[in-house]
Design a protein around this ligand. Structure first.
Ligand SMILES: Cc1cc2nc3c(=O)[nH]c(=O)nc-3n(C[C@H](O)[C@H](O)[C@H](O)COP(=O)(O)O)c2cc1C
Ligand code: SF4
Length: 508
């Protein structure tokens, strides 16, 4: 069988996944405000299970209201959530797809705090600072934080353990700790963020202590057999806004953290990068100015010190180059040195949809793949070479031949895919049918990322949705073709609401 490595089951300590492709966390804000789940969430996860992935890693699931990143995402903060999560698991298990719930606490990266995380003053309602390892606000949005006391650290550790126990009781297949991308656990791990001077800050061992105690508390609660993995930013590239900041943990430090995690009973590692989310290097691709111009205004009420500045930057296209000077600095620097560690098959014109190629040519797509596919692989290899437990790597994968090569050459044991599966939910089924990639692939434009703040998550690039050729069209016909593409895009995004929930009349 071609690409046979992709379809070999991946065995962890106590979990076997039928193939090597994991749906990585992608968050849509389509649950209820109070943290209960909706049918749309079940429909969303069902799409990927049906599309052939071996396992789904949920989008971030807050362990407490205070650790929520935005409202309207389902939580795991109380026992009442267990039946909903059981339903999600039941839906995906029908396709022999495993379900791993991502336990998460925002720390200072609390994008939209919601009324529960505010204080009411005489003239304004203001966000409360979020618990963190520092009093310093986050660098992208200026969201407020406070260095929490040890009693609070102990409470949060218990919240993680209780979340894991609920996931286990719901019949899910494991949990992942969201210890990357600048969220709370990463705020402790990172030498660039953690400012504590007690036993939770300073040396690497001290910065690791919070995560270590979370792992220990989870193991005490769920036992040895429940699958536990952690997502880690190997390189943090923390020097973004302003660029003079410290870069964060070194690769050697990340290797040490992963080795400790292995010793402490973690079953797998999910390799990523970046000390913020989003980060100029993850998800890799252009900054979605156009979409954020449309959606970012929702962040102004969050009271982040820099949110208003950002709204101004995104609102006026003539200011974009200024923001790009700073945001684009790291990608420019990395791309000058970047060379793909492995190669997939060269893209063939006949693989691509005729209409798609009129917007993104075969050569352009090849360049996009060269630039954005497997961006974290080199770091992943360094981790893999120093560990015994399996690793999963994230970052731009969407070609069967490339993924197969990455596994065959021992860069990683499995891959996780987010945007590339948002664009083509059925990509793994296509791989199985012998296709190397989808005819309308993901273009790494990041519009989905910009959309998530206000819109249902889905693929928002118009280029992928043209229904007919745009060659030699009159102006009015071209406008019609554009409108058709927009309508097709919206139809596709809205499929997440199908089937709809069944409202019922509450008992008297
Ligand atoms: C809209 C969106 C939401 C995301 N939400 C999460 C999240 O909740 N937790 C997480 O660990 N990563 C999250 N990510 C990062 C992805 O899981 C993934 O690691 C990253 O996008 C790189 O993979 P890709 O190139 O296949 O998209 C998100 C990415 C996107 C685009
Ligand atoms: S909007 Fe679509 S094409 Fe663009 S990055 Fe997201 S999934 Fe890929």
């Amino acid at each position: 069988m071609a690409n046979e490595h992709i379809f070999k089951p991946l065995k962890f300590h106590n979990l076997t996944v039928k193939n090597r492709v994991f749906r990585s966390s992608v968050t849509g804000r389509w649950d209820n405000y109070n943290g209960s789940g909706t049918q749309a969430r079940v429909n969303w996860e069902n799409k990927f299970a049906k599309g052939g992935v071996g396992a789904i890693i949920s989008s971030y699931v807050p362990i407490s209201i205070e650790g929520r990143i935005t409202p309207n995402v389902v939580m795991i903060d109380c026992d009442e959530r267990i039946p909903f999560w059981h339903t999600v698991g039941e839906a995906v298990h029908r396709y022999d797809c495993k379900y791993i719930l991502q336990l998460s606490h925002s720390g200072r990266q609390r994008d939209i705090e919601g009324i529960e995380n505010t204080k009411t003053l005489r003239t304004q309602i203001k966000p409360k600072p979020a618990p963190s390892s520092t009093n310093k606000e986050d660098q992208v949005n200026g969201l407020p934080a406070y260095e929490m006391p040890i009693s609070k650290i102990k409470d949060i550790i218990q919240d993680f353990a209780k979340g894991a126990a609920r996931a286990q009781e719901a019949g899910l297949d494991g949990v992942e700790l969201h210890s990357s991308h600048g969220y709370l656990i990463n705020q402790f791990l990172s030498s660039a963020i953690n400012q504590r001077s007690d036993k939770y800050g300073g040396s690497l061992e001290n910065r690791y202590r919070f995560l270590k105690e979370i792992v220990q508390a989870i193991r005490q609660t769920v036992g040895e057999k429940f699958h536990l993995q952690a997502k880690i930013s190997v390189r943090e590239f923390n020097n973004i806004l302003p660029p003079c900041q410290a870069t964060g943990n070194t690769v050697e430090e990340a290797i040490q953290i992963c080795q400790w995690l292995e010793e402490d009973g973690v079953d797998a590692l999910h390799i990523s990068r970046g000390s913020t989310f989003p980060h100029p290097l993850l998800p890799s691709g252009p900054f979605p100015y156009r979409m954020l111009r449309y959606t970012y205004d929702t962040m102004t009420s969050s009271g982040g010190k820099s949110s208003f500045r950002n709204v101004i930057f995104f609102r006026y296209p003539w200011l974009w180059p200024l923001f790009e000077l700073i945001w684009g600095r790291l990608p420019r620097k990395v791309s000058r040195r970047y060379e793909q560690p492995i190669k997939g098959l060269e893209v063939q014109a006949e693989w691509l949809d005729e209409h798609f190629k009129e917007h993104i040519s075969t050569q352009e797509l090849q360049q996009l793949l060269n630039r954005h596919q497997g961006t974290v692989l080199r770091d992943a290899k360094k981790i893999k070479d120093n560990l015994k437990i399996p690793i999963i790597t994230t970052g731009g994968f969407q070609q069967a031949s490339y993924i197969n090569q990455a596994i065959a050459d021992h860069y990683t044991d499995g891959v996780s895919m987010a945007r590339t599966l948002v664009a083509n939910n059925d990509l793994v089924n296509r791989f199985e049918q012998g296709q190397d990639m989808a005819p309308r692939p993901c273009t790494y434009c990041n519009e989905c990322l910009g959309a998530y703040l206000e819109l249902p998550l889905g693929c928002y690039t118009k280029d992928r949705f043209y229904q007919r050729s745009i060659k030699n069209l009159s102006r009015s016909e071209r406008e019609k073709a554009d409108r058709e593409a927009e309508a097709a895009r919206t139809r596709e995004v809205m499929t997440v609401f199908d089937p709809p929930p069944k409202p019922y009349v509450p008992p008297m």
